[in-house]
Every structure is written in structure tokens, then in C-alpha cells.
Design a protein around this ligand. Sequence first.
Ligand code: 13P
Length: 252
Amino acid sequence: MRRKIVAGNWKMNTLLPEGELLVKQIEFLTKELETDVEIIIAPPFTHIATLGKYIKDYEMNVSLAAQNCADQEHGAYTGEVSAKMLHNLGCKYVILGHSERREYYGENSESLYKKINLVLNEGMSPIFCIGERLEERESSRHFEVVSQQIKDVLYRLRGVELAKVIVAYEPVWAIGTGKTATADQADEMHAYIRRVIGDKFGDYSENIPILYGGSCKPSNAKEIFGKEDVDGGLIGGASLVAQDFIGIIKSF
Ligand code: 13P
């Protein structure tokens, strides 16, 4: 039985007081919630210390993730935040390779490979994002693109390291567009991703959680999460509204 996970990627949204309010609302709405879903939130760096303390003080069943980390361990890298700093604040996860970072900040397989190793060395787990652009799907290259993204980074890990990774399939054309992949499209790609991972790592692939991301909301989550190879979601916009985020968690 694979883990079920719903992770909220807040991106560059909320001021700290708004983030605190959102966590309080999540706390209120999850207090009585009996669920086997692992809940993760990825707020901006500036919120992590404060929200981490709140989560701990109120013994919330929520784990913290960061949205990125540096590709160097420490030192003269102005403006960067290291994996160790994030671990020290209580992060269990780091989102890596989000399409917005690949697209706007030149994130590539080399830097991602370094980051994955730094995250793993800290005992945290990467949430590794992959996914094709619209023109790649329209020209039927989506499987090839996704497979290459896996091979360029994950294939360089050892099996025991791969076992710590969460994969997030986020078709770029579905992010923030209101255009969701159909449940069948998601399932088809998730099964393919699991096969590509299995080609290199054998049975390890069976236990890797593969999350879907892209315009996921309470109204479509149930159908998507109902698919065999979909183990949860990486949620953007809807994770900023506590009711919607919890609604998605309840969809399992
Ligand atoms: P939306 O849910 O806003 O489409 O964003 C998805 C995403 O990019 C999560 O990482």
C-alpha cells in the first residue's frame, strides 16, 4: 500500500500574517479529521520558522516543505538558502524542479541532481517535479519528455536514495490555467512514470508516491485520486484556501 499525500505549494503568495491565518484554519479543519493522508504545506522561505513553530506547538499532523533550496552546501552564495538551513527549521521535504523554476530560473538537470543529493544528505525527501509543456503534448512528445526528465536526474541515484523521493507529475499546460489533465490522462502518465522508474530500479518503483499537480480542486480531486497510479496531489491555487485544501484531502 503506497502512501497517500496531499501537498500545498503556496508559491510566492501570502504575507506572514496571512500564512499564519491559513495554518490556523488548516489546524481547525483538521483537528477532528480522521485521515490516512499525509498533509504537507510548502510556504515561502520567510514563513517556515514561524509556521514550523505553530505546527509543533499545536501538534498538527502537517509536515513542512520548502519550495526550493541551494545547489551548494554553504558559503558565499548570496541570496541562497541551504538544505541544512531548511532541515534545521523542521522541513521534511523540499520541492525540486518545479516547472516555474525550470522555466523562469534556469533550473536544469545538473543543478537538480546536486540539490537532490543535498536534500537526501540532510535526511529530507525531495518532491521532484516533472511534466511536459503544451506544445510537447500536442506533438505527442509528452512521454519522451517526462522519461528524459526522470533519466537525467533520478536514474543517477541509488535505489535506497530513490526510495526517499516523491515524484510530482505536473503537466505545465495544466498549472494555474484551470485546465486539468483528465483523470485518465493523469493515470496513463503516472503508470508510465512508474514503468520508467521500474526499468532502472525494479520493485522500488512500486512504493514511490506519484502526485498529480495542475488545477486540482475539490471538484476534480476525487476522480483523479481514484486512479490506480495517482497517490495524491501537489496543489497550487487551491491550497491557499483552507476549505478547498481540506476538501481535496477529504477527496481520498
Ligand atoms: P495550480 O494548482 O495552481 O494549478 O498549481 C499547481 C502547481 O504548480 C503545484 O505545484
